[in-house]
Write a protein that binds this ligand. Sequence first.
Ligand code: NI
Length: 267
Amino acid sequence: MNKQRVLFLCTHNSARSQMAEGLLRSLAGDRFDVASAGTEATRVHPLAIRAMADVGIDLSRHTSKSVETLLDQPWDHVITVCDSANERCPIFPKPTHRLHWSFPDPSQARGTTGDRLNVFRRVRDEIAARLEAWLETMAATRGGGSTVEVVRLAEKFGKFSDAWSPRIVGEVNAMHVKVVKLRGEFVWHHHDREDELFFVVHGRLRMQLRDGDREVGPGELIIVPHGVEHCPRALSDEVHVLLLEPAGTLNTGNVQNERTVAELERI
Ligand code: NI
């Protein structure tokens, strides 16, 4: 069986990405080749080693590595594990399936060694829970083999009501087919690498672009090439849009704010 290759990234490759590496290897090392790295190499945090030893996982021989050393290897999944609210998360510069999971930095904990160790244990358990959920999703989507289904868009749009939060309804090679509801105006952003296709199913969309706006109605589509700044706006109360874009495309592109949805639900 071909193992999938997973790289965990955080800033210092000291605690969270190291714990994630050890946990995934322990949970599913038979199916995944796992590594971790940081924007800069530091050291494996001693409390991360202790918290992992509590659950029988030995990090004592792990080393902290810079992502530079791993750039040339093929990765099926690159998962950043840092606190998106309080840190600048590393960005993997090559196209791959990227995921971002936000966890607090346990090395920022203050207090006695016991207090700090408890913070490491809590973050360890959060990471473990996230990994278990991800493994279940992977098993559900990959294990099904070649089930061919008709996707009924009206039924999919009936399953959620929030705006600007895309759901995945299918995959085409490394592209995700998503559905999203738009209300009001989004944020100006661009995508460094990904082109995006917007197919309007219901309502009217104004795609605001720096060289002028384009209006898109039902049965029409617009493709925004990578690098082009855009800001979608709903002209009707609600617009239903089908999106086609590479897996891992972040809805807010180069901008991270409260509308950023890093992990998409599959419906
Ligand atoms: Ni976009």
